[in-house]
Design a protein around this ligand. Structure first.
Ligand code: HSE
Length: 436
């Protein structure tokens, strides 16, 4: 049987990694897929990228639309990234009756509902394993391996750049900007690193995870998002003293007929496995009713780790080329007519514990004022840490851990603290999850 011809859009980091893996492991991949797989046509924006890649048998075009319209190509692999022109190209590929594999999280999170509906109409597959947590097969694990379970919650470190920054701040007391520049040099950071730091990239990935875990539509607009740029080295050190690590978590949870979808810095107990996930590594904990908790850990970015997921998707597509479309694993894990619209909770209604850091005047009675506010609002304090004033300073950091409380209540407490003349500046607030 003739090999399946692939059209590759983009020969950047992930594109060249995909080509390398497909060529290096060609024999084994063919034994798994049942057919050979070759890249026959690729689009490339900068030809300097081709150095060191075996592209002699590959037709190269500058315009990706020529690849998408190539009648010989059966599967389009979109590795350009970003919403446009990727969306237009993917829709055109579907319209041309081609299957699509993509690593593009923004595209799936923002346009996935439309893309999957179009794919459904045309009877083609759209596979996107590499869009979440790079090489970790988290989509397949949730969609297929956990198909018998009711998934209660999941929590993940799904942005390597942000995790690298927090790890370096903790372990080497480094400056934020300096660590970010290193992540960019390593090729982990997004084209616009604000996507990493502000939580946008993690929110794209959470949107996808939430949908396949709970059978809800993709709804990026409802994800609550907070970045890591407000986390200071002091917060990292105080969290350590209290037995916690600060991680930038993406959390999806079912709560009484609602779902929570949120990305924010989070204190987690240092004994949790997730707390030891350092550097650019990614990990996702999934809590399922039958299986209990499972942890999926691995490289969340990089050329070959991401290519590993892209190639696995290509193999899946090739395996089903002769299969019945009705019997394929649904794009979003649940049959399209079984997607339910559970409401996503506003962040004010979500209940978590909190880490609060206040800068307080170093004089008698301040602690009593603070405790009174907490007591009046029925918020229990779990731990308090008061640091010594620095030489010549008249204020002290006051760190509190609270028990679980609805976010509205903590907002009210913070507003009352900030109105006191004994509290200086803004109150730092970081959510705490025990992940038990
Ligand atoms: N910028 C992303 C990260 C790349 O740092 O994890 C992988 O999606």
């Amino acid at each position: 049987m003739n090999p399946v011809k692939i059209g590759l859009l983009g020969l950047g980091t992930v594109g060249s990694g995909t080509l390398t893996v497909l060529q290096r492991n060609a024999d084994e991949i063919a034994r798994r897929a049942g057919r050979g797989i070759v890249v026959s046509h690729a689009s490339v924006r900068t030809r300097s990228r081709l150095e060191g890649l075996a592209t002699q048998d590959i037709r190269l075009s500058e315009d990706p639309r020529i690849v998408v319209d190539d009648p010989d190509v059966e599967v389009i692999v979109e590795l350009i990234g970003g919403q446009q022109p990727a969306f237009e190209l993917v829709m055109r590929a579907i319209e041309n009756g081609k299957h699509v594999v993509t690593a593009n999280k923004a595209l799936i999170a923002l346009n996935g509902n439309e893309i999957f509906a179009a794919a459904q109409r045309k009877g083609v597959m759209v596979a996107f394993e590499a869009a979440v947590a790079g090489g970790i097969p988290i989509i397949k694990s949730i969609r297929e391996g956990l198909a018998g379970n009711h998934i209660r919650w999941l929590a993940g470190i799904v942005n390597g750049t942000g995790n690298f920054i927090l790890t370096e701040m903790r372990d080497h007391d480094r400056e934020f900007a300096d660590v970010l520049a290193e992540a960019q040099r390593l090729g982990y950071a997004e084209a616009d690193p604000a996507f990493d730091v502000d939580g946008i990239d993690a929110a794209h990935k959470l949107t996808i995870l939430g949908s396949i875990a709970f059978g809800i539509p993709l709804q990026y607009d409802h994800v609550y998002m907070e970045g890591i740029s407000g986390v200071t080295r002091d917060d990292v050190a105080y969290a350590d003293e209290l037995g916690y690590r600060i991680k930038h978590l993406a959390i999806a949870r079912r709560t009484n007929g609602n779902v929570e979808l949120r990305v924010h810095p989070t204190l987690i107990p240092e004994r949790r496995l997730l707390a030891s996930v350092d550097g650019v590594m990614n990990a996702v904990v999934v809590h399922a009713d039958a299986l209990g908790p499972t942890l999926y850990y691995g490289a969340g970015a990089g050329a070959e780790p991401t290519a590993s997921a892209v190639v696995a998707d290509i193999v899946d597509v090739v395996r089903t080329l002769t299969g019945d479309p009705e019997n394929r694993v649904p794009h979003l894990a649940f049959k399209p007519d079984q997607i339910t619209d559970l409401p996503v909770m506003p962040v004010e209604d979500i209940e978590t514990a909190y880490y609060l850091r206040l800068q307080a005047a170093d004089r008698p009675g301040v602690m009593a004022q603070v405790s009174r506010i907490m007591g009046d609002l029925d918020i229990s304090i779990e731990a308090i840490l008061q640091k010594e004033p620095g030489p010549g300073e008249t204020t002290v950091p006051l760190i509190m851990l609270t028990r679980r409380v609805v976010e509205k209540q903590i907002n009210e407490a913070i507003a009352q603290f900030e109105a006191l003349d004994s509290i200086i500046g803004k109150v730092q607030r970081i959510r705490v999850e025990t992940l038990g």
